[in-house]
Design a protein around this ligand. Structure first.
Ligand code: ADP
Length: 321
C-alpha cells in the first residue's frame, strides 16, 4: 500500500492554516505519498474522521481563513492509552508521518505521539498569538495584527469625533506581541502587555499632558493577557477626566483572508514539514529565524524562552506624546 502523510489542525484556529494544509498536501503528492486530512485535531484521529486529500481538494483554499479540516481540543490526549490508540490508527492508515498544525499544546500531543506511539510527527506553528518560543513567526500572526489595526483605525475615527480615549483589548493569550506591534502601528499613547510592568498613574499623566498640548483623542492598547481591561478603562476615566471607552476586539482577530506574509510562511513551512518526514526526521517543530525556515526538536522547542521586544516597546512609548 502507498505510504501516506497525515495532516491535522489543532487548538485555536489561525488564518493561513489552510495555506499550510494546501502546501503539505501538494508537497506530499509530489513525493508520491497519499495524503490523509484528519478532521477536528486529535479527536478526529481517535474517531477515524479522516478524508483523503488529492491535489484539487486543496484548490481555492489558500485565501480562506479558518481551517477546512476543522479544529478541536481533545482532553483525552494527555493520557497514554489514547496516544497509543491514535498511533495505532496512524499505522492502520500506513502513515509515514503526521503534520500537526497548532500551538504548543498541540506540539505536546505531537511529542507524545512520536515518543510513546513511534509516529513521525512534525509541528507547524499555527497561532495568531506568536507565542511559540522556537520561532520568530507563527502562521496567522500577521493577519490578526492587520485585522486588529483595521479595527483600531475605525475606532480612532469615532474617538477623534468625540474627543475620547479608547481602550482597545487585543488578543494574544498570555503574550503581548499583537498588542505591542498594533500599538506601534496605530500610534497608541500607551501599550499594556503582560511582559512589562505598567503604572496607571504614569499613563494617565501622559494622557493629561498630551491633552494639555492639544491632543484630543487617545488610543490605549491592552493585551488580553493583562486581564484587566475594564479596570484600566475605569481608572483612566477617573484619573484623566476624559471620556474613556473600552472595545474588546475578540474573535474577529482569528478570522479573515490571510495576508501575503501568512500565506508565504504557511506554504514554506508546510513544504518543509513534508521534506523532514520524507528524510526520516521526527519530533520536530518548524519555525522561522532571521527569515529562514528552520526546524527544532519539539522538547527543545517547548523549553525555549522568547525574549520580549523591549526595544520596540521603548520606541513605541518614546514617540507618542
Ligand atoms: P494550542 O495547540 O493552540 O496550544 P491547546 O493547548 O488547547 O491548543 O492544545 C490542543 C490540543 O493538544 C489539546 O486539546 C490536546 O489534545 C493536545 N495537548 C495539549 N497539551 C497536551 C499535553 N501536555 N500532552 C498531550 N497532548 C496535549
Amino acid at each position: 500500500m502507498q505510504k501516506a502523510i497525515g495532516v491535522l489542525t489543532s487548538g485555536g484556529d489561525a488564518p493561513g492554516m489552510n495555506a499550510a494544509v494546501r502546501a503539505v498536501t501538494r508537497a506530499a503528492i509530489r513525493k508520491d505519498y497519499r495524503v490523509i486530512g484528519i478532521q477536528r485535531g486529535y479527536n478526529g484521529l481517535l474517531n477515524g474522521e479522516c478524508i483523503e486529500l488529492n491535489c484539487r481538494d486543496v484548490s481555492d483554499i489558500i485565501q480562506r481563513g479558518g481551517t477546512i479540516l476543522y479544529t478541536a481540543r481533545c482532553k483525552e490526549f494527555i493520557q497514554e492509552e489514547y496516544v497509543k490508540k491514535a498511533a495505532e490508527k496512524c499505522r492502520e492508515l500506513n502513515m509515514e508521518g503526521l503534520v500537526v498544525i497548532g500551538g504548543d499544546g498541540s506540539f505536546r500531543g505531537a511529542a507524545d505521539l512520536s515518543r510513546i506511539g513511534g509516529i513521525r510527527c512534525v509541528g507547524l506553528p499555527g497561532t495568531i498569538d506568536n507565542d511559540i518560543q522556537c520561532t520568530e513567526y507563527t502562521i496567522g500572526y500577521d493577519t490578526a495584527m492587520n485585522t486588529a489595526l483595521e479595527m483600531i483605525d475605525k475606532i480612532r475615527d469615532t474617538s477623534q469625533s468625540h474627543d475620547r480615549c479608547s481602550v482597545v483589548e487585543v488578543m494574544g493569550r498570555h503574550a503581548g506581541w499583537i498588542a505591542l506591534n498594533v500599538a506601534m502601528a496605530a500610534g497608541a499613547i500607551a501599550c499594556i502587555t503582560p511582559e512589562m510592568p505598567y503604572d496607571i498613574n504614569a499613563i494617565a499623566d501622559k494622557i493629561i499632558k498630551a491633552h494639555e498640548a492639544q491632543k484630543e483623542h487617545f488610543i490605549v492598547v491592552v493585551a488580553e493577557g493583562v486581564e484587566n481591561s475594564e479596570g484600566i478603562t475605569k481608572q483612566l476615566k477617573e484619573l484623566t477626566g476624559i471620556e474613556t471607552r473600552l472595545t474588546v476586539l475578540g474573535h474577529v482577530q482569528r478570522g479573515g483572508s490571510p495576508t501575503v506574509r501568512d500565506r508565504v510562511a504557511a506554504s514554506q513551512m508546510g513544504y518543509h514539514a513534508v521534506e523532514l518526514i520524507s528524510r526520516g526526521a521526527t519530533n520536530r517543530v518548524v519555525g522561522l529565524k532571521d527569515n529562514k525556515i528552520i526546524d527544532v526538536d519539539i522538547q527543545e522547542a517547548l523549553a525555549m524562552k522568547k525574549p520580549f521586544d523591549t526595544e520596540l516597546y521603548r520606541v513605541c512609548n518614546e514617540i507618542t506624546f
